[in-house]
Design a protein around this ligand. Structure first.
Ligand SMILES: Cc1cc2nc3c(=O)[nH]c(=O)nc-3n(C[C@H](O)[C@H](O)[C@H](O)COP(=O)(O)OP(=O)(O)OC[C@H]3O[C@@H](n4cnc5c(N)ncnc54)[C@H](O)[C@@H]3O)c2cc1C
Length: 403
């Protein structure tokens, strides 16, 4: 009997991989195994429209329920994989049964980090990764409710926006001096600080959380910040346990080459869990964003089928907070740039920010300015030096600079 192509992790990357295998003409059995009981779904609405009660649940399934049978994909939901054995080509399930595989793809994603303080993993502490998490948080977002959010990253800030829109009193506690400091740097991070302050969020920077107690969050200086609900958004860790136990190379995620092949030739990885060698940057990067989980699976599927494929897309992500919509194209390490150039109206929050190093654009972020990601991507990809004055000048078409 022909062994299946098995995909472990039935979320965006897993479902797109099943789709890509069929699109590539693979006719053999495909099994998509996931521990969640929901059909594979997209997560961005969980901290935006769905959290705000605006986006219906049915709108963010990756595929409609019928798609899996129509494409002869065996979808095994509510099924946890407890071990993988690349040498024997088997995966072991929580019920003790085993399934063989011809090729294996790991799309196990990531899980929220916990707060390493007393009470940090208590039942009243909410994190946001799954549909159920979003529903639990939403039920706490009532007018006047005191919501304390620990961590001013994307999840924390989007949750803060949803909570304010619901009329809650919101306090954000952040260890660093600004929100999103590691991703955006100080020049641009302040845009998000200003936005949330103007919307009435109590932003507290440079604070240490010492404990989560019944009445709220205790800070390092002894202050109690009262809370009806505490939401923790302090980052995620890739779900690498299966790979590690199987002896695959793991280093900030499952290491893969540019073909998304792991250290075992029959095992591949994609999405949030993959720390994949990126030809444009000349080193592995792990991208925790929707577009990466959407697009990497096509490369993984081709590689699994023995076809030539390299993943070299420029990273891209987006956020929506209140009336601010943003897209970010590129990749910059916290100390990886020497200059930020703005084009447009920063105070009016309608602008593009560019991060440069040695005159080359590493990343661009458009805020309430649309249809510019193509030229920004070209600017990043080309690696050519640009004139900063022309970059800052809205009258110079970006396509001309990318040229
Ligand atoms: C609330 C929220 C908002 C977001 N908003 C944005 C946004 O605005 N823009 C953006 O670019 N990105 C956003 N993201 C990030 C984006 O959703 C992720 O990059 C994407 O979900 C990654 O998909 P994935 O399939 O790689 O992993 P995941 O979505 O983490 O899925 C992995 C799946 O594997 C399952 N699994 C793990 N281990 C096992 C096992 N042993 N056995 C069986 N199943 C297993 C998990 O249960 C899970 O279902 C957001 C994420 C969250 C949580």
């Amino acid at each position: 009997m022909e062994q299946p192509y098995v995909i472990v992790g039935a979320s965006l990357a897993g479902a797109k991989a099943a789709e890509a295998l069929r699109a590539e003409g693979h006719g053999g059995p495909v099994e998509l195994i996931g521990e969640e009981t929901e059909l594979p779904y997209e997560r961005p609405p969980l901290s935006k429209g769905y959290l705000q009660g605006k986006t219906p649940r049915a709108e963010f399934d990756v595929h409609p329920a019928a798609w899996y049978a129509e494409h002869d994909v065996t979808l095994r939901l509510g099924t946890r994989v407890t071990a993988i054995n690349p040498r024997a080509r088997t995966v072991e399930l929580a019920d003790g049964t085993r399934t063989g595989f011809a090729k294996l793809l790991l799309t196990t994603g990531a899980s929220p980090r916990r707060l390493p303080v007393p009470g940090g993993d208590g039942p009243s502490v909410l994190t946001l990764r799954r549909v159920g998490d979003s529903e639990r948080i939403r039920s706490a977002l009532r007018p006047g409710a005191r919501i304390v959010i620990v961590g001013a990253g994307w999840i924390g800030l989007e949750t803060a926006a949803a909570a304010r829109l619901a009329g809650a009193e919101v306090t954000v506690l952040e260890m660093a001096e600004l929100p999103l400091l590691r991703v955006l740097g100080r020049e641009v991070a302040r845009v998000f600080a200003d936005l949330h302050r103007q919307k009435g969020v109590d932003l507290r920077f440079g604070v240490q959380v010492a404990a989560v107690e019944d009445g709220g969050v205790r800070l390092g200086d002894g202050t109690l910040v009262p809370a009806d609900a505490v939401v923790v958004g302090v980052g995620i860790s890739p779900n690498t346990a299966l790979a590690e136990a199987a002896g695959l190379t793991v280093d900030n995620g499952v290491r893969t080459d540019e073909h998304l092949r792991t250290s075992h030739p029959d095992v591949f990885a994609a999405g949030d869990v993959a720390n994949a060698f990126h030809p444009l940057f000349g080193r592995p990067i792990r991208v925790e964003h929707w577009a990466n989980a959407l697009n990497q699976p096509a490369t993984a599927a081709r590689s699994m089928l023995g076809r030539d494929a390299v993943y070299d897309r420029v990273p891209y992500f987006f956020t929506d907070q209140y009336d601010l919509g943003m897209e970010y194209t590129g990749y910059v390490e916290p100390d990886g740039y020497d200059r930020v150039v703005f084009r447009g109206d920063v105070e009016g929050r309608e602008f593009i920010a560019f991060w440069l190093s040695g005159g080359r654009v590493l990343a661009g972020m458009n805020v309430n300015v649309w249809d510019v990601t193509d030229p920004i991507r070209e600017l990043v990809r080309s690696g050519r030096q640009v004139d900063a004055d022309r970059l800052a000048d809205p009258d110079v078409p970006l396509a001309e600079l990318a040229g």
